[in-house]
Design a protein around this ligand. Structure first.
Ligand code: FES
Length: 580
């Protein structure tokens, strides 16, 4: 930790709007005063933007307005001026074709909202999957002092006495209906039990993973990730976050001071320990690209490979975020990593202290939820990065969510050219497929679909499910919900829509998956593969205009984070010309 706080008092960027007696200053201040703000609030104190992803169509964030009031209290208490600013909100459950397509749009919009307006620091109010990385990407690109507070997870779901995890049980129940093991009426009844309070998904899905990543990166106050949305301590966390950002502005503690290479290493290892979502791979690569940290897909394998998955949460384990919180939450996991020599203890956090100072004294209150390492769900958690002629730039698989007997597998390809082709064929009893086959789905990557949808964990054919088989090897360039599970190879790069080898796999080709040796191989002669690639032509339905065009034209591969090429890097927050 080499951070030295800046001198205070000093002139902040908001004073370029609000300071002095010029016509422009009076214009900026005067209009703000229509909200009943006393004159002394413009005296040079930190102006804090509360960037709020509240939206009634982002149900996981629909309670953030209430929480924002707590953040405001904290900012006022610490002597700042809070301004609540609604920003682009990307709902995982509702946005079509997929929220991922809009992560970069949200990041771009938020970045400009931060840079173009009088803010000295920002509270990033996030929750649902993409809201967290998009705002972190924006903060990294402006490098204005920023701190994350998440909305927190929903309470446990229960259906007929059993825990029901967001997403995880949706996939389970829908497969059970297809297999004839659950009635449609029961499925409908289960729906009401899944989401019984405000908050984000209660499994270790992408929202919980990204909340954990924010905390492991040092960008949220310690303990933030797991507090349930409706727990009074969530409000306390919001208020403390409001207090803290004011001091961060005074100290000039910026994202680039916190999100260092050491912080990303901590986050990757944490992802292995919590059994976190594969989505964290693309998000952390994108955030690193914004803050200028050299992070690669290979780092994910090298750093996470031997990290034991000790958090016993769905989809890899059996509990939910509520129990994780009661057990002590992420600080316990970080402490365990530190004790195992797997934590950069000196990494700076938004609290102004090192990560180790934050977690060294915490206690594990439930060893069935945060397991001792000898009882870990797997000794080799983390994300496996596979390479081979089918994925020259890499593909990922989550070993803790996969079936051990399929981690080394050779099987006949059954190919779906795109998601519509899959939907047309999968329930057809005449489809030539059994459990030894490898399901291959194309054209669902960043350019495909478009937007890299979470369809990689494609459901199995009913005739396989009826045999009691629940897993098969599946390969695609898509993503998978963090709440999902299975032996699913994802993010295959280059993607099919960009002419990667995945595009030329044919029915009947043999494919070899060898996770221990990190290999993904299409078993056809090299010359044959080259000839097929030479014959390949891009899918015809390229977007012609609008944001879809911009996204398609500029999105990079999943192997580097699927950011838009022109948004990478830190542009800072210089104050532009006055508009009058
Ligand atoms: Fe919003 Fe899962 S759908 S967090």
């Amino acid at each position: 930790m080499t951070f030295k706080p800046a001198k205070w008092p000093r002139k902040l960027r908001s004073q370029k709007w609000f300071g002095g007696t010029s016509r422009d200053a009076i214009y900026h201040r005067g209009w703000m005063k229509n909200q009943g703000l006393p004159h002394d609030l413009f005296d040079g104190r930190p102006v804090i933007g509360i960037l709020n992803t509240w939206s009634e169509l982002t149900p996981c964030n629909a309670h953030l307005n209430d929480l924002a009031q707590r953040v405001k209290h904290g900012i006022y208490e610490a002597g700042g001026l809070p301004v609540e600013v609604p920003v682009f909100s990307t709902s995982e459950s509702g946005f079509r074709p997929t929220a991922m397509m809009f992560r970069n749009l949200a990041a771009m919009a938020v970045e400009e909202a931060m840079r173009g307006q009088p803010m000295d620091g920002c509270v990033l109010m996030v929750g649902c999957d993409k809201t967290t990385p998009s705002l972190l990407m924006a903060a990294a690109s402006t490098d204005l002092p920023s701190i994350v507070v998440t909305g927190g997870p929903m309470l446990n779901g229960y259906f007929r006495g059993e825990r029901v995890g967001s997403g995880t049980h949706l996939w389970k129940f829908s497969e059970a209906v297809k297999a004839g093991e659950m009635t449609a009426a029961d499925f409908l009844e289960a729906e009401a039990s899944m989401s019984r309070s405000p908050g984000s998904c209660n499994t270790m899905g992408t929202a919980s993973t990204m909340a954990s990543m924010a905390e492991a990166l040092g960008m949220a106050l310690s303990g933030n990730a797991a507090i349930p949305a409706v727990d009074s301590r969530r409000r306390v966390m919001a208020q403390l976050t409001g207090r803290r950002i004011v001091q961060m502005v005074k100290d000039d503690l910026k994202p680039s001071d916190v999100m260092t290479r050491a912080a990303f290493e901590n986050a990757i290892r944490t992802n292995g320990a919590i059994g976190g979502s594969t989505n964290a791979v693309v998000h952390l690569l994108a955030i690193a690209g914004r803050v200028g940290v050299d992070l690669t897909l290979d780092d994910w394998d090298a750093l996470g490979r031997d990290v034991a998955t000790i958090v016993n949460l769905m989809p890899s384990g059996k509990y939910l975020m509520e129990e994780f919180f009661y057990a002590g939450g992420l600080p316990v996991v970080l402490k365990r990593l530190g004790e195992a020599g797997l934590l950069n203890k000196d990494a700076l956090t938004v609290a102004g202290e090192t990560m180790w100072d934050q977690v060294k004294d915490v206690v594990n209150h439930n060893e069935d939820v945060i397991l001792p390492v000898e009882k870990a769900l797997t000794q080799h958690g983390g994300i496996a990065v596979l390479k081979g002629n089918l994925a020259p730039k890499g593909a990922v698989l989550k070993p803790s969510a996969a079936s051990a007997h399929l981690l080394t597998h050779r099987g006949r390809a059954v190919v779906f050219e795109d998601i519509d082709d899959y939907k047309r064929k999968i329930n057809d009893e005449a489809l030539d497929i059994d459990e030894t086959c490898v399901m291959v789905l194309k054209n669902c990557g960043p350019k495909g679909y478009p937007g890299m949808a979470e369809v990689g964990n494609m459901g199995l054919p009913p005739k396989v499910l009826r045999k009691g088989i629940t897993d098969m090897v599946r390969i695609s360039d898509a993503r998978m919900s963090g709440t999902a599970y299975g032996t699913v190879v994802l993010h295959t790069s280059p993607e099919a829509a960009a002419g990667g080898p995945l595009a030329v796999v044919r029915d009947g080709d043999m494919i070899e998956l060898d996770v221990p040796n990190r290999r993904l191989h299409l078993d056809i002669p090299e010359a044959e593969l080259a000839a097929r690639l030479a014959d390949w032509t891009p899918p015809p339905d390229k977007p012609a205009s609008g944001y879809a065009w911009l996204h398609h034209a500029h999105v990079e591969g999943a192997d580097t984070g699927a950011d838009l090429d022109f948004l990478k890097g830190c542009r800072g927050a210089p104050v532009g010309r006055d508009s009058h």
